[in-house]
Write a protein of this length. Structure first.
Length: 399
């Protein structure tokens, strides 16, 4: 009985890791596919959800306004703010909606309020940019034109980097490496294979005709991925457009990073439970390779969790082999571990050589152990509410 359980667990881990291998190989061996850019410059509404963002909001508004025309709108949703976000956004020239609803906190509810506000004069394209993000030069218009040509949701490249005001630690470099894998390498691999991607929360563009405010009205901890999965199930899967980039900083302190990590992990695990069976069923029923690809992608847990799962499973299978002599679970678990190490080495070669050295490798065990915290909280029934990660002041990002 135990051997069967270990075999099933090992097979599941192999399948999840195979999706990661497919993405890394796509990024390594294939070239970018042409992405059509419309010659028509569509009307744009940029929505910026902002919860206590007085440090960043004016710089973000000024930067985005440079790319907008008189026919465009820039709307800041000051959501449950206890600071001067609304005032500063207004002074910077943005249109502002103030939302005060302590019973329904979260970015999803803020976006729904913003979408309802612009519904009386809807644009052709809606863009979603976080208040602490900066876009690459020309990125707003480029993303809108790509979205208009695609006639569906488009996700730009969403990067997070360490704040240069805070000395870079091995842990922060590991976090940045994991972020590059998740938000750059993996969607790039899928895009080169002609497959869809997830929405990432910022740097998103969507045709107005696909907008459903009720879909956005959620307090889900991974609302961005939820939006993308629901659109994919509605046969409008998001596409990855790497040429448009948004960049922001990681939280500056350990508490802020932990809060953010726990929110993402719990949200991701929740989506695996709620949407993985639906994606597989609908993908098989429709013979839709895109849905099955998204199912495979969402089954990949966060990088530290995947490393931990490989170590625990291989150790358990080795112990069972010693006690019971069963070699099949060990062979399958070893295959999963080899696939994972291959993916990790490929990812380091493609996007981690400037970040990861011997000092960072020494911190890997501690980093992996930290992954257990949100898992244990979830196992104990502790659901993390939507809260903004703690941050301190930050400098302007370079272009």
């Amino acid at each position: 009985m135990l051997a069967t359980i270990l075999e099933l667990a090992a097979v599941g881990l192999v399948l999840a890791t195979l999706a990661l291998v497919m993405q890394t190989c796509g990024a390594l061996f294939l070239r970018d596919r042409p992405f059509a850019i419309s010659s028509h410059r569509p009307s744009i509404s940029v929505l910026i959800p902002a919860h206590d963002e007085e440090m960043d909001i004016q710089a973000t508004v000024y930067r985005i306004k440079e790319e907008l025309t008189p026919n465009d709108r820039l709307l800041v949703i000051a959501d449950n703010c206890a600071d001067r976000t609304a005032l500063l956004a207004t002074q910077a020239g943005a249109e502002v909606v103030v939302r005060n609803d302590r019973d329904r906190p979260g970015k999803g509810f803020a976006l729904a309020a913003g979408l309802r506000h612009i519904a009386t004069m809807p644009p052709e394209i809606v863009l979603f940019i976080d208040a602490d993000c900066q876009t690459s030069p020309g990125g707003i218009e480029l993303l809108a034109r790509a979205c208009y040509a695609a006639k569906g949701p488009v996700q730009g490249l969403d990067l997070m980097v360490a704040n240069p005001r805070v000395p870079a630690s091995p842990r922060s470099r590991l976090a940045e490496f994991a972020w590059r894998i998740k938000n750059d390498l993996r969607p790039t691999g899928y895009a080169r294979l002609g497959l869809p991607c997830h929405l990432l929360g910022t740097g998103m563009a969507m045709p107005w005709r696909l907008v459903r405010p009720d879909l956005f009205a959620t307090g889900h901890l991974a609302e961005d991925m939820l939006f993308g999965l629901e659109l994919a199930l509605a046969e409008r899967p998001p596409r990855f457009f790497r040429a448009a980039r948004v960049t922001s900083y990681f939280p500056d302190n350990q508490r802020g990073q932990s809060q953010q990590k726990e929110r993402w992990v719990q949200g991701h695990l929740g989506l695996i439970i709620s949407h993985l069976p639906r994606l597989i069923y609908q993908g098989l029923q429709r013979r839709d390779i895109g849905l099955l690809a998204l199912a495979a992608d969402i089954a990949i847990p966060p990088l530290g969790m995947l490393a931990l799962a490989n170590m625990l499973l291989l150790s358990s299978c080795l112990a069972h082999m010693v006690l019971a002599g069963s070699i099949v679970p060990v062979a399958v678990a070893a295959l999963a571990s080899c696939l994972f190490l291959f993916s990790l080495a490929t990812a380091w070669h493609l996007c981690g050589r400037d970040l990861i050295g011997l000092n960072e490798v020494k911190q890997l065990p501690r980093h992996i152990i930290m992954v257990m915290r949100p898992i244990m909280k979830l196992a104990r029934g502790q659901r993390m509410p939507w809260i903004r990660a703690e941050r301190i002041g930050r400098p302007r990002l370079p272009h």
